[in-house]
Design a protein around this ligand. Sequence first.
Ligand SMILES: *Cc1c(COP(=O)(O)O)cnc(C)c1O
Length: 235
Amino acid sequence: MDDKLDFIKRNLDSVMERIEKAAQRSGRNARDIKLIAVTKTVEPEKILKIIDEGILDLGENRVQELTGKYDIIDRKCNWHLIGHLQTNKVKYIIDKVKLIHSVDRLELAQEINKRAQSHGITVDVLVQVNVSGEESKFGVALEEAREMVEKMSAFSNIRIRGFMTMAPFAENPESIRYVFSKLRDFSIDIRKENLDNNNMDILSMGMSNDFEVAIEEGSNMVRIGTALFGKRIYT
Ligand SMILES: *Cc1c(COP(=O)(O)O)cnc(C)c1O
């Protein structure tokens, strides 16, 4: 029988196949590329469906929605905070998230470090970089990212795992390929510095519209919502 949520499985199969092919084109194994299912605005029944299909990494862009779903979704899964994070909200998520993708200022890193310290944990983070310089996007400018990462290496309860970026929306994702390749080159550069508390092993790049190009340019973490769950009505 065709369940009304089966479309999610079909979408997932198709996304996985596209990840596989893009990985091959970049000479890598698809197993090395982590799919984050972006569940913002998605109802719990659909989230449970994707968990049942084996996707355990879930991305939310708002603190309140993340903590709400954290309580509702009674499964073992990994929550990723992928959206803008206000300093005064760090305390609500510090012990709930697997990875914070959106560290875009030193003050925020400092607060995460402080809260992590008081919980006796180390928190994995990515630095969000605004590569394109698009004004509507959050993220530290590429020119300022090195200094920020260097300063962050003093925070012993944070582990910098790499970078995240959002490319501008483009009809043709080829036109934004440079965003991904620039950030990849930059991460290779930073890795050479061998900074403390810094692994530089994750590049979170690619969304529904551009994940194949992002993977071709070295992404190993893609954040996909629409291609899995369908179009959302933005809140
Ligand atoms: C919404 C969102 C995504 C997913 O976007 P889709 O186009 O629906 O795949 C990825 N990353 C961030 C930061 C988002 O806010």
